[in-house]
Design a protein around this ligand. Sequence first.
Ligand SMILES: [Zn+2]
Length: 337
Amino acid sequence: MRVAAVYYDGQQARPHPVTLCMEGDKLLLQGRDIARREALADLSIPPPLGNTPRLILFADGGRCEIADRQAFAKLLPDSASNLVTGLENSWPWALAALLLTVALVVGVYLAGLPYAARVAADHVPPQLSAQIDEQFFASLDQTLLKPSALPEARRMAIQHRVQSLSLPVGGGKPARIEFRSAPQLGANAFALPGGSVVLLDELVNLAANDEEIIAVLAHEMGHVAEKHGLRQMLQASVVGLAMTWYIGDVSSLLAAAPTVLLETRYSRDFERRADAFAVDALRANAISPSRLADMLQKLETAQQAKKPDDAAKSGSALDYLSSHPNTEERINRLRSQ
Ligand SMILES: [Zn+2]
């Protein structure tokens, strides 16, 4: 059988009317002043695409268009698979490609992104860190936080105690300790991404002695030493940017950003590392790590005593609450030190 086609030689735009036929495993192309005989193996035949003409591509750039798809199917039954069989043939590959892509994205997210964030966090200059925290204070002081009601002498005493702590190598002294009150949040302390630590009156009042306060601050210093807040913030920004790119809507994302950052919680791993830092720091200052366990227990009890809707309202920027489900595990680990 012969099939009508249009041939382009790949050099000039001029179409040549030709006929195609098979000779064994070779395709024979004949026109008025043209003839080619090519092994099928040397030809590229793209799968059918919608209702467009079928194509045969030659290695030298030549190209054949066959408008009669039925005739093409008879001429080259093997490569004339319809759309459904085409999909059947290609879906395992498509699925494999999709799975590979997902695995890659997850892999980058799980390993690459935290690594990049850690490296980047180490290169954030102190002035920028300070600015970041100022932004946080500007926002938090208008919403969740109120001025501390602790007597100045009490605040000075705690500050002094923190300044005179000797810490394991690697630092971790907070850039500053800020005293605030937040009845809505309850007893708590948290480190901001730039390295400031916020200590709430409610926690100071809940502690039985200064060692318990220092124990909590030592844990926060663990977050500061390893820049957990900054790393988490950098990661969230990257994910935010990616989402913006994907969704294409910047404004809604920007509007949600402060809330998202506040509600970002430390990972279990960060909590474990901050606890380990606290254990070392407390030991180095002759304070038993079980002071932190005592305090965690009290915070847990205080939180459970809160009304459920209060607890829901206070679910922001809460370091101790954030680790709620793991608290018992953390207490046991601290007591066994
Ligand atoms: Zn923590």
